[in-house]
Design a protein around this ligand. Structure first.
Ligand code: F6P
Length: 359
């Protein structure tokens, strides 16, 4: 029987289940079988999988996370293997490709961000037939206009900003919201505009403390005794260093960022005497039910990926170009990441509103 494989790799994002559902529905209607590998590439290497039936994948549209499990640590090219002497890291990519053959998989649909899709590309170089689906709340993938998960993360961040506004105003405070996104400022910029931030700091635009303080003082002179600052986790401290939450040396992305918000709060409070509080929104941005936009985008990606795979195509990533779902060679997606253009329209829109970018 003809068979598709599916796995979800990297950090989870709202909409993963909608892709799994769409791939499965589309394939079953054409008489294909679908196998889901569990916990990302770990399940492929260890041959842990489930058969995705119509019942197994129903009721999934509104569910966040992934029914298949995921992880952003395991790398098939440097995979932890338990030995008598402890954990040894080995290249298990051959086993991953062999397990695809063993399971009779005609094409693997790998749903992931830059790390997971880079792995998918490397597996394709070793003979695996793969189609990539672009996922990440960070929206930082090359070769697509948008990843699914981003819209939901922005909605969550915007709701947080709405709530921070009222308490900031009551206490005449500076409230700082730190948002995810690694080296890309998409979540911070878009939700900062949507949530009416006064200052938005993103990794793509170098910032100065005096410039941020000038904006807070300008607002005070206008009689506005509170300010809202959005800062992306990838913004560096005044010495030019990342603020790092955790190191994972064996993972594809080895550092986890987090903590620039509280650092900034300390700096502003020391310099101005104004009370500051920082909130690191963290993994709330990855959780919960996907927005309607993400459900539809994820579904369109899943259908296109399944159709391409069933027509014998591979080595591609599905993508959004304008209003249309298209496909591009997978290698175009894994050559780097997509940053916010500092001279782009979104930044110009923010500046036109009087939002400070801290420069
Ligand atoms: O790539 C998605 C993301 O949520 C980033 O925005 C964030 O830096 C990272 O993953 C967090 O990773 P972890 O779940 O390992 O803490």
């Amino acid at each position: 029987m003809e068979r598709l494989g599916v796995l979800t790799g990297g950090g989870d994002a709202p909409g993963l289940n909608a892709v799994i559902r769409a791939v499965t529905r589309c394939a079953l209607r054409r008489g294909w079988e679908v196998i889901g590998f569990l916990d990302g590439y770990a399940g492929l290497i260890e041959n842990r999988s489930v058969v995705l039936s119509s019942n197994y994948t129903s009721g999934l549209l509104h569910r966040g996370g992934t029914i298949l499990g995921s992880n952003n640590r395991d790398n098939p090219f440097h995979f932890p293997v338990q030995t008598d002497k402890g954990i040894d890291y080995r290249d298990m990519s051959g086993q991953a490709v062999a397990n695809l053959q063993k399971n009779g998989i005609d094409c693997l649909i790998a749903i992931g961000g830059d790390g997971s899709l880079a792995i998918a590309y490397e597996l394709a170089q070793r003979g695996a037939r793969v189609i990539g689906v672009p996922k990440t709340i960070d929206n930082d993938l090359l070769a697509t206009d948008q990843t699914f998960g981003f819209d939901t993360a922005v909605t969550t961040a915007t709701e947080a900003l709405d709530k921070l506004h009222t308490t900031a105003e009551s206490h005449h405070r500076v409230m700082i919201l730190e948002l995810m996104g690694r080296d890309a400022g998409w979540i911070a910029l878009v939700s900062g505009i949507a949530g009416g931030a006064d200052v938005i700091l993103i990794p793509e635009i170098p910032w100065r403390l005096d410039s941020v303080i000038a904006k807070i003082k300008e607002r005070q002179h206008e009689g506005k005794h509170f300010s809202i600052i959005v800062v992306a986790e990838g913004v560096k401290d005044p010495e030019g260093n990342y603020v790092i939450r955790q190191q994972i040396p064996t993972a594809h992305t080895k550092i986890r960022l987090g903590g620039i918000g509280p650092v900034l709060a300390g700096l502003i409070e020391n310099a101005t005497g104004i009370e500051c509080r920082a909130l690191v929104l963290g993994h709330l941005q990855r959780g919960g039910s996907p927005s309607a936009f993400d459900r539809v985008l994820a579904t369109r990606y899943g259908v296109m990926a399944a159709e391409l795979a069933m027509s014998g195509q591979h080595g591609l990533m599905v993508c959004l170009k304008g209003q249309d779902i298209e496909a591009v060679p997978l290698n175009l997606a894994v050559r780097g990441t997509r940053s916010v253009p500092p001279e782009g329209q979104l930044v110009k829109t923010a500046r036109a509103l009087g939002i400070s970018l801290g420069d």
